[in-house]
Design a protein around this ligand. Structure first.
Ligand code: PHE
Length: 465
């Protein structure tokens, strides 16, 4: 049996877990949803949910990891052998995510290199993004490059690889987004029609709760958006936080650690909104805020170009931030897969990383070619059509994650007992502050929410209406 590696202490763990949680979801998805769902209204709903629902899922994953000292497959098996299947199912989430995450990382790296060479104008052109992703060679090379970077960090181990890297990257990321957000607030622009807008006005749009046209149905949609965002953003229910939790020393106060991870993730998302919404508002009004890759790879480059020469530098900083955020997240996904494989096949970290990297080189290449050689329009249950990447994303995030969360709430809340988790939180005599909320959430509220999210994403909710 190999010696169990781990984080050196609380800070290393918190920064690595925050590194996983803070990703492209914080940088583009959160600001886009906030703009779409009534600004401050979304912020309030999101905050309430982080403190209750998000917290419940995060605590469960981390506590199970530390209690069992195992990755998800063995962790669930150890808690109750007949529930091993849940561990296996959970394991497949990072397995699927890993097939496409490097492709997105590759897109970011490509944009970073373009800004490094000062070609801000070129990327602002219509069609640049589509042209790039449909070029089989370029998109594939960048994706593979990103995958190799990820693999190097994982290969170096928990303390010397993941922890060391996160301790360097996360503070830099925080400084960068704060700097860009401050710059964003002071922007001023007058467009061709003579309308003048400022960054501060955009900031007000972001903060002010907007209830215009609000109906009960719309509010439910805001709730569902906030919930799925939260879930994705905290990297819960995919075995990642179980694996990271298994590396935490017994002396660490998990209450403090969980609070810090939640705060880090939410603060970064909030500042990302303060950086993007004012800038997009200033240059293109609220219409510029479309979702998906469009915001990050099409609208923002236009905004940076409008800013003139400074725009190249801001663009460079932005894509550097995004690259860091994506890399620490990708590392956590590969780590979750690697850690499970090390336990399953009793191989060393190095062997596992090398073999997995080879497999994922093939998978990543295939997914990146999904926009050229293997292009197809795959109908998804929610009514939209997508390419291979969208399909993988849909399977992992919209179908598997809510379903796994639902099962794990039932498992902890009803099959075992919430005490399994709450005892771990109070292991060293700490006080588990939100224990009451935890008990109610895990048994009653979270399972219902997860069921609704799951039904919605597989398209059953509409059919029932
Ligand atoms: N939590 C990351 C984000 O907010 C996304 C992520 C998803 C990371 C899945 C790892 C695995 O962007």
């Amino acid at each position: 049996m190999k010696e169990k590696s781990g984080f050196s202490g609380q800070i290393g763990f918190v920064l690595a877990a925050a590194g996983s949680a803070v990703g492209v979801g914080n940088l583009w998805r959160f600001p886009y949803l906030a703009a779409k769902d009534g600004g401050g209204l979304f912020l309030i709903v999101y905050l309430c949910l982080v403190l209750t629902f998000g917290f419940t899922l995060l605590v469960s994953d981390i506590a199970i990891g530390r209690k069992t000292k195992k990755s998800c497959i063995n962790a669930y098996a150890l808690l109750k052998p007949s529930w091993k299947g849940l561990g296996v199912l959970t394991f497949f989430v990072p397995v699927v995510i890993m097939t496409y995450y490097s492709v997105i990382g590759g897109w970011i790296t490509k944009y970073l290199t373009v800004y490094m060479t000062g070609k801000a104008e070129a990327v602002a052109n219509d069609g640049y993004f589509d042209h790039f992703i449909s070029d089989p060679q370029s998109s594939c090379y960048f994706a593979l490059f990103f995958l190799i970077l990820t693999a190097v960090v994982v290969y170096n181990g928990v303390e010397k690889g993941i922890e060391k890297f996160s301790k360097f990257v996360m503070p830099v990321l925080l400084v960068l987004i704060i700097a860009i957000a401050i710059y964003s607030l002071f922007l001023e622009h007058t467009d061709a029609s003579g309308t003048a807008r400022t960054g501060l006005q955009g900031f007000v749009v972001y903060l002010k709760p907007d209830f215009t046209g609000m109906t009960f149905e719309k509010f439910v949609n805001v709730l569902l958006d906030a919930m799925s965002q939260l879930f994705f953003s905290l990297s819960v229910s995919m075995g990642i936080m179980i694996t990271y939790g298994s590396y935490v020393k017994d002396e660490v106060d998990l209450n403090k650690a969980v609070n810090q991870i939640e705060i880090f993730d939410t603060v970064v998302a909030f500042i990302a909104g303060a950086m993007i919404i004012p800038a997009v508002y200033c240059f293109s009004g609220t219409e510029g805020m479309n979702g998906g890759p469009g915001l990050m790879f099409i609208s923002l480059p236009k905004v940076f170009n409008e800013m003139g020469p400074v725009g190249s530098i801001i663009g460079l900083f932005f894509f550097l931030t995004a690259a860091f955020a994506a890399l620490t997240s990708c590392v956590s996904v590969l780590e979750a897969v690697t850690a499970n494989c090390m336990e399953l096949f009793d191989v060393s970290r190095r062997q596992a990383t090398v073999i997995l990297t080879l497999i994922y080189c093939v998978a990543t290449a295939v997914i990146s070619l999904g926009y050229s050689t293997f292009r197809m329009e795959i109908p998804l249950p929610n009514g939209s059509e997508g390419q291979l990447l969208d399909l993988m994303d849909y399977i992992s995030n919209s179908v598997m994650m809510p379903f796994i969360s639902l099962l794990s709430c039932i498992f902890i809340g009803w099959v075992l007992s919430p005490k399994t988790v709450t005892d771990e939180m109070e292991k060293n005599g700490e006080k588990f502050g939100r224990k009451g909320i935890y008990n109610v959430m895990i048994r009653f509220i979270a399972p219902v929410i997860m069921l609704v999210l799951f039904l919605q994403s597989v398209g059953l909710l509409e059919k029932l209406e």
